[in-house]
Design a protein around this ligand. Structure first.
Ligand code: SF4
Length: 333
């Protein structure tokens, strides 16, 4: 089994929001999350919108900007040179200089959040080189840049374009190229294809998959779309209302989902040739300011028991890399 290169222990955090400038409320988006990312694997983070996936990604990447707060927990990263760094003990400046782009990159949902609309694509890449004091002459930078763009099926002319002159799919590929510039060991992709059409989505996912297979880097892929996980992941972690409720090898999870929430997500997938009408999961994820007691899924769960409404379910390890957080499996502990 590949070794862990990113270890998250009991991460807890969310957003501190002031209502009317006075009353402080805490949106508890990530609740006691422990998870690992292995060398050269694709780990998917699945779940509906609003279940804490993007907040978890930001916490791992160190993009902690108020109102986001990390209340407790630790994140350890094994760097390329064999050192172990506790990420949440680094200052934001240290994270920027030593971790971002070099060890870990982030692909956001929307490329316009990353690209400066007033700068040509090549200048945006050159800025990243300058920021990291990379010793390369300009011709070498341009060659490297064209190579990386071509690996994402982008023509060399793109380097002279402004972001608004490119289609949404091309801009997203430019952002992916930026994130892969220094061949980072870990890439966190947060819904990287949500803003593009279905055809572009498949092209981008294939390119990411090809890059990962060649580079042997690790990918943490956040998506609400279970078909994306079926196509991309080695392991998948399912998140609901801030909790990781199930983790396992992607084939095992799709073949036999254990947690009722995972089952509902997989059952709602449209299958080739199957014309039966899919029933979506009834209800909405809970309000994370006041999440329900016990199991946070109990108001929507068809198997809910009395204990589910009172007590938080235990995390049950079922061997073979499988973990589930549900009272239905408590006797198997
Ligand atoms: Fe359903 Fe209870 Fe399991 Fe929660 S703990 S998913 S309510 S059976």
């Amino acid at each position: 089994m590949a070794r862990d290169i990113l270890i998250m222990n009991n991460l807890d955090g969310g957003y501190e929001v002031f209502i009317g400038g006075k009353r402080r409320v805490f949106v508890h988006a990530v609740d006691n999350v422990s998870l690992t990312l292995r060398d050269s694997e694709v780990l998917g983070i699945a779940g509906e919108s609003g279940c804490g996936k993007s907040t978890l990604a930001k916490m791992i990447y160190g993009a902690i900007v108020p109102p986001l707060l990390v209340r407790s927990g630790s994140i350890f990263l094994y760097t390329r040179d064999g050192n172990v760094v506790e990420l949440n003990r680094l200052s934001i400046e240290e994270v920027r200089k030593k971790i971002w782009w070099l060890e870990m990159s982030y692909i956001p949902q929307n490329s316009m959040n990353v690209l400066n609309p007033l700068k040509r694509i090549k200048d945006q890449f050159i800025n990243v080189f300058k920021y990291h004091n990379m010793e390369m002459d300009k011709n070498e930078v341009m060659r490297h840049l064209k190579d990386i763009l071509s690996s994402l099926s982008l023509p060399p002319e793109v380097i002279n374009a402004y972001p608004h002159q490119l289609s949404g799919g091309m801009r997203q590929r430019v952002v992916i190229a930026l994130s892969l510039l220094f061949n980072p060991r870990i890439v966190i992709a947060d819904e990287p294809t949500t803003a593009v059409d279905v055809v572009t989505q498949r092209i981008i996912l294939s390119l990411i998959r090809e890059w990962r297979e060649n580079s042997k880097s690790s990918l943490m892929l956040i998506s609400h779309d279970m078909s994306v996980h079926a196509y991309m992941d080695d392991r998948v972690a399912v998140m609901y209302a801030g909790n990781i409720v199930e983790v396992g090898n992607v084939f095992d999870v799709f073949k036999e989902p254990l947690h009722p929430y995972t089952r509902a997500l997989i059952e709602s997938l449209i299958r080739k040739g199957d014309k039966t009408i899919r029933k979506g999961l009834a209800g909405q994820p809970p309000d994370l300011v006041n999440p329900p007691p016990g199991c946070r899924f109990h108001p929507r769960c068809p198997f809910a028991m009395d204990i589910c409404r009172r007590e938080e379910p235990p995390a049950v390890s079922l061997g073979k890399d499988r973990y589930v957080k549900c009272w239905l499996y408590a006797s198997k502990r």
